[in-house]
Write a protein that binds this ligand. Structure first.
Ligand code: PLP
Length: 403
């Protein structure tokens, strides 16, 4: 059956989903399930340990202890000092606080901010907001693999540059940026360096006593913690204005009654990550490489996006020619595979992903975009089965077109 999509495109409508089929989740970059141990850590704060950490009595103290213990756990992941961690309501809020907060705090020192062109919208939209408020923003370009060029800094850093934000790893194609080199280049200059490690933190170690950056954003739900909780590492002495004002929680850097359960969950997720990160990364990389090899050997006209040598171990991003990406995702869903195009574009939108665009891809090249992202629960059997189902869907969809 063909269905009219947005008035001018026809795609094959998939049959109804078979409820007995085992579902294969390959969208860990979108979100991860809460780990059972994380959930156990959180549950008491929805029950008898319900106190407000700002209350002076014992009930409040109990909640405050949980917040401070989570702060130690998050700090330990980065070898940071506990007071260098500020809890936020999401990775998006951590990014907004870093960009907006640092730019405002440094308003008298300059009004030029640099971000990479492939940042998450949490950074790009914050940068647009700064622009609307009179700041000058430069967007760093990337090469065809999504890698920034360190030589470009010499040309774009100005005496009035106050802040630079480059993500640790990209959420669509997985390219890992040379944050250490960027920091080393800029450390002596009079500007702050922020990195969005929301995707990177699950797989890459960052020791802030050695890594020359001033701020790092993370989000709990990408590392088997709950949604709606994030954190920003802010190096001691870094000037920052608060974005959310009120009761003065988080030493005035982020007001609002703490999400105690969420923060306790983030702390536990960070503690668990510290112990398992390398082992998870090695196993997941093997699975991802196997998935990539099998798909490339069974299907033609497929291109792998992202930097081959500097890529997150869990992400495989493909451009598949002669395929409508939206139809592919719908059919994959019916075949029991949860995946994504990788782009934050609204469904049905004709816009191509800003990441692929910055990497120089044309609209035609990116129509059949597929991001498969693995996680710690992904098994060998799931990957074997996923290859079969993805092959079936792509061959079927191609058989319907003139290709
Ligand atoms: N930054 C990156 C790189 C992300 O991938 C995401 C989420 O997809 C965010 C920021 C936003 O995090 P949150 O979903 O916690 O707001």
């Amino acid at each position: 059956m063909l269905d009219n999509l947005s008035g001018n495109r026809y795609i094959a409508v998939p049959k109804a989903m078979d409820k007995t089929m085992n579902r294969i989740y390959l969208d860990y970059a979108a979100t991860t399930p809460v780990d059972p141990e994380v959930l156990d850590t959180m549950l008491p704060f929805f029950k008898d340990r319900f106190g407000n950490p700002s209350s002076g009595h014992g009930k409040g103290q109990e909640a405050l202890d949980a917040i401070e213990s989570a702060r130690h756990q998050v700090a330990a992941l980065f070898n940071a000092k506990p007071h260098e961690i500020v809890f936020t309501g999401s990775g998006t809020e951590a990014d907004n606080l870093a960009l907006w907060g640092a730019a405002h705090a440094l308003r008298d020192h300059g009004n030029h901010v640099i971000v990479s062109a492939i940042e998450h919208s949490a950074i790009l939209k914050s940068a647009e907001f700064l622009e609307e408020s009179g700041w000058d923003v430069t967007r760093l370009s990337v090469d065809e693999n999504g890698m920034i060029d360190l030589d470009e800094f010499e040309r774009i850093i100005r005496p009035d540059t106050v802040l630079l934000s480059v993500m640790t790893a990209n959420n669509e194609v997985g390219t890992i940026q040379p944050i250490e080199e960027i920091g080393a280049l800029l450390w002596d200059q009079n500007l702050l360096v922020h990195t969005d490690a929301v995707q990177g933190v699950g797989y890459l170690e960052q020791d802030v006593r050695a890594l020359p950056v001033d701020m790092i954003s993370i989000s709990a739900h990408k590392i088997y913690g709950p949604k709606g909780t994030g954190a920003l590492f802010i190096r001691e002495g870094t000037p920052i204005s608060s974005l959310i004002r009120g009761g003065g929680q988080e030493k005035g850097r982020r007001s609002g009654t703490h999400n105690v359960a969420g923060i306790a969950g983030l702390g536990k997720a960070c503690e668990m990550l510290k112990d398992m990160r390398q082992e998870n990364a090695d196993r997941i990389r093997n699975l991802r490489d196997h998935l990539e090899k099998e798909l490339l050997s069974r299907l033609d006209l497929i291109r792998v996006n992202g930097d081959k040598n500097h890529r997150l171990p869990n992400i495989l991003h493909l451009s598949i020619e002669h395929i409508d990406g939206e139809a592919m995702l719908r059919h994959l869903d019916v075949e029991g595979i949860a995946a994504s195009s990788g782009s934050a574009c609204a469904s049905g939108s004709d816009e191509i992903s800003h990441v692929l665009k910055a990497m120089g891809r044309s609209k035609k090249e990116t129509e059949g975009s597929l991001r498969l992202s693995l996680g710690k629960h992904t098994t060998d059997e799931e990957i074997t089965e996923a290859v079969n189902r993805i092959e079936k869907v792509i061959k079927y969809l191609r058989s319907l077109s003139s290709y």
